[in-house]
Structure formats: C-alpha cells, structure tokens
Design a binder for this molecule. Structure first.
Ligand SMILES: Nc1ncnc2c1ncn2[C@@H]1O[C@H](COP(=O)(O)OP(=O)(O)OP(=O)(O)O)[C@@H](O)[C@H]1O
Ligand SMILES: [Mg+2]
Length: 481
C-alpha cells in the first residue's frame, strides 16, 4: 500500500486507527502527532531540521488493552519504514540475545524493500514488455534476431509450397513448440509467426504450456554465526561463498503462467538500480524511520536486584546510543539514527518508567497512558473493528454453511462476563474475550459439519448456560477462562 504522506493528517491517522482499535484516544493522538511532526520537520530549513529531535513516546498501559495492536496498525499506514521489536530480544548479547544494532539493520531492510517495490512499479511496463519477449524466445527458440531482419534471404523458390490451383498449404504456420528449421531462415515470415504467437500469448492461449527456463538456484541458507564480527560482515562473506558454490542457474520446466512471473521478477530486478534503491532507503530510514520498542518495561529494573537485572540495564545502555543518535554500519551504508522515531510500550506492572536509566527516560519525553477496558469497550471490540472477533467467527462458520447470529443482548452478556472475570481474577484486557468466545462457541464449532445449512442464534440465555458453571466456580474460572 502506498500512502501519500503529505496528506496523512493527524486526524486521518486517528481515523484509520479507529477502524481497528477501540478507545485509547490519547495514545492514538500522540502517535498521530509524532508521525506528523516528522513531516513538519522536513519542511524546515536544513540547519533547523538538525536541531529537532524526534519526540519519542512511551505508551503505558495494562496488558491486553491495545498497545501492540496500535503498533501493528500504525505500521500499515505510516508509509515510512517501520519495525516492531521486543526489547527483551536483546538481553544477554552473545548468548540468546541479538546485538541491538540489528534493529537498525532490520529497519534498513524494510526501507530497502519498500524503495525497491516502489521503483519496480516505475519499471513494470518495461519489464512486462521484456518478459513477453523472453517468453516468445522460449516458445520460438532462435526467433529473436530474425525479428529485426538483418540479412533477408531472397528465396529462389517460394518457401511456402503452393498446391496446384494456387491454394496455399497451411500447416507451416501452426508451429508447435520447436520451430521448424525452414522457418528460422524465413525472415519476414518468421517475424509474423512471432507476432501471431504474441497475439495468442496475450490472449492467454499458452498459459498451460510447459517451457524450460533457467532459474537461479535457491540461495544458500542464511546462517547466523555468533562471532566478534557483526552479522553484516558475516553476511558478505557468506554471499561470496554462495557465489562460488551456488551461483549457478539450473533448468526448470514450468508452465508459461509461472514462467512469466519468474521472468517478470528477473527483468524488474535488472531494471531497478540497486544503488539508487539503497540511497533512497537510507535517506527514508534516517528521516522517517520508526522503531516500535515493545515490552520495554521488561528491561526496566530497580537498582541491583541480582544477576538478571545487570543484563537488563545492560540492554538499556546498549539501546541508549541508538535512541540518542549514532551511526550504524549496515550492508547498504552508514545510517544515522538521530532522527528515527522511537515508540516504546510496556505494561509496567512490576516496574515504572522511572526505573529506566535516567538517560533513556530523558529520551522519551512523551508518556501516554492507555486505559483499562470496560465492559462497554469490550462490546465495541467484539463488534466494531474491521477484524472484530464476532465477524471472524461468523465468517469462519460460514465456510461450513452454518449461519451464526449474535443477538445484541448476548454480546452485552459476553462483555459483562469478560469484565467481571477480569476484575475477579487477573486483568488480561481484551484477550479475555478470546477465551470466553471460544468457550461459548465450542459446541457450535465442534458440531458445525453436522448442523450444516442451519441458522444458529446466540442468545443471552445460551451464553449464560454455556458459562454459568464456570463462572460460579472460582477455581474453574481461574483455569478455564
Ligand atoms: N482497544 C482495543 N481495541 C480493539 N482490540 C483490542 C484493544 N485492546 C486489545 N485488543 C485486542 O486484544 C488483543 C491483545 O492486545 P495487544 O496485543 O495490543 O495487547 P498489549 O496492550 O500489547 O498487551 P501486553 O502488555 O500484554 O503486550 C489483540 O488481539 C487486540 O486485537
Ligand atoms: Mg504487547
């Protein structure tokens, strides 16, 4: 999806997020403003641009209220290179964790594929033309050069046999897969055969025909080796190796339809200037890139509480330079991280933002809190978002020809129960809805194939009946819901 960033106003961003996330208006507003501020900054004179640091955000809120969901939706509509990483991924570097700079490299990879896709769009028409020629070469081997007649052969005798009575014998034109040798020499005529094939090809008459094409062998498997070197350097070495061992092409038999896809991809690759792609990608990453640091509370810790905390603080210290702005070496060139926007999120149950090291706190000036969800929120979450849970179940069962209908009262009941269970046991936010709904629909799901063609109405009583036993028994609640 391509978005015109200039047109993406804070209001529109919020409206887009509203389609999937209920409530949490403050969080939506602040991410929208942060995104917009990137554009505003780009419109300023260069010296001023440098001075303006991104206003990084920490989203704080209990579990299951939409923090990660906001990030996921934002990534689709930001139109800028965007990645979401878990801060916990970087613990204990060299053992199970990854080196923190890899987040910048990952962001660059995203930028590269975005830029590449965009530039490929620009050359699509040309690539289509070339792929068509390639396909014609496959269908009529050796015909290409003749297409522009170099040395036209003046035939001594007519090439096409003329039957007595002056009727042309057909047949020579209906060339099968391999062209007949007599045709290869026949300049103009051959050209017209090619044109006829082109027509048929365009009409889709050859789609199922098998041809042999050369394809590059699968890439050597990417392996990660932990060594003093960064991953990037390893990458380069490995790709050299794979050139020696696996850079060959092999012949493959495929249908024309598939061959066209392969050839298109190849031609597009050839037409796109990778150097240009890298430049564009790096510029975008530096100016517009966004890193969403999820689970940041998990690396916050109060002073020395033992071994684990040391490494948590270590991760914070590792992350700090990237958030503050440093140069990271990537396969595509140096990237300056000073203007990358960071949005962090965490439940902060066990810790507080003030448990982060001060330098890092200072780099996240904006704090927004997400609210715990009420039963009314649940009702909306069940029904309103594009991907609402109830819609999902209705559609799933439709594939079995079971028509599912939820009465409003039933939905209210489910929401009320979710809210009640959340308050009685642990508050896991909207995730509670998944378990409850699964339980309510267990019978229907299980018997779907038998009740094919029926209409099932989920009423308040039905919900109550399905859940009563479990709700009344506290222990059961704890285990099942
Ligand atoms: N406000 C909301 N609107 C719509 N759906 C929501 C909302 N909050 C949560 N959900 C749904 O609940 C599930 C969990 O939400 P999410 O992953 O965003 O939780 P989180 O806030 O990141 O929690 P955690 O702190 O545990 O990571 C998702 O499937 C999401 O669709
Ligand atoms: Mg989350």
């Amino acid at each position: 999806m391509k978005v015109d960033l200039d047109k993406l106003t804070p209001k529109q961003i919020v409206a887009e997020l509203d389609k999937y996330i209920i409530g949490q208006d403050k969080a939506k507003r602040s991410v929208a403003v942060a995104l917009r501020n990137r554009l505003r900054r780009r419109r300023l004179p260069a010296e001023l641009q440098d001075e303006i640091a991104p206003k990084n955000i920490i989203m704080i809120g209990p579990t299951g209220v939409g923090k990660t969901e906001i990030a996921r939706r934002l990534s689709r509509l930001s139109g800028a290179p965007f990645i979401k990483v878990e801060a916990t991924k970087y613990t204990e570097v060299g053992y199970v964790g990854r080196d923190v700079e890899s987040m910048v490299r990952d962001l660059v990879s995203v930028g590269i594929s975005m830029a590449k896709r965009e530039m490929q769009e620009g050359v699509r028409e040309e690539a289509e033309k070339r792929a068509e020629e390639d396909l014609l070469d496959l269908l009529l081997p050796g015909s290409k050069k003749v297409a522009t007649p170099v040395a036209p052969v003046t035939p001594v005798a007519p090439v096409t046999p003329v039957a007595p009575g002056g009727v042309q014998v057909p047949g020579s034109v209906q060339v099968p897969a391999a062209a007949e040798p007599s045709l290869i020499t026949g300049g103009e005529k051959y050209k017209s055969t090619r044109e006829k094939f082109r027509e048929k090809l365009r009409k889709g008459e050859f789609e199922e025909k098998l041809v042999e094409i050369k394809v590059s062998k699968a890439q050597a498997p990417a392996f990660e080796i932990f060594s003093g070197m960064g991953f990037e350097e390893m990458d380069v070495n490995i790709s050299n190796l794979s050139n020696i061992f696996g850079g060959k092409k092999k012949l493959k038999k495929t249908r024309i339809s598939r061959a066209r896809e392969i050839l298109m991809a190849e031609e597009m690759d050839k037409l796109v200037d990778m150097e240009h792609v890298s430049e564009l990608a790096i510029e975008r990453v530096e100016e517009m890139g966004i890193i969403f640091l999820d689970e940041i509370d998990k690396i916050a810790s109060k002073e020395n509480r033992g071994g684990v905390d040391v490494s948590r603080e270590g991760v914070q210290r590792d992350i700090l330079p990237i958030v503050e702005g440093c140069k990271v070496n990537t396969r595509y060139g140096m990237v300056d991280t000073a203007h990358i926007l960071f949005i962090a999120a965490g439940a902060f149950h066990m810790s507080k933002p003030s448990d982060l090291i001060p330098e890092l706190q200072g780099r996240f000036p904006l704090r927004v809190e997400l609210n715990a969800l009420t039963s009314e929120d649940f009702r909306k979450i069940l029904t309103q978002p594009r991907n609402a849970l109830i819609t999902q179940y209705v559609e799933l069962l439709k594939t079995e020809e079971v028509e599912l209908e939820f009465l409003d009262e039933a939905i209210k009941k489910i929401s009320a129960i979710a809210s009640e269970v959340n308050s009685r046991t642990e508050n896991i936010g909207a995730r509670r809805l998944h378990t409850i709904l699964e339980l309510v629909l267990e019978d229907v799901s299980f018997n779907a194939t038998e009740i094919k063609g029926q209409k099932i109405q989920i009423t308040e009583d039905y919900v109550e009946e399905r859940l009563r036993n479990i709700i009344e028994d506290r222990d059961l609640t704890r285990f099942i819901l």
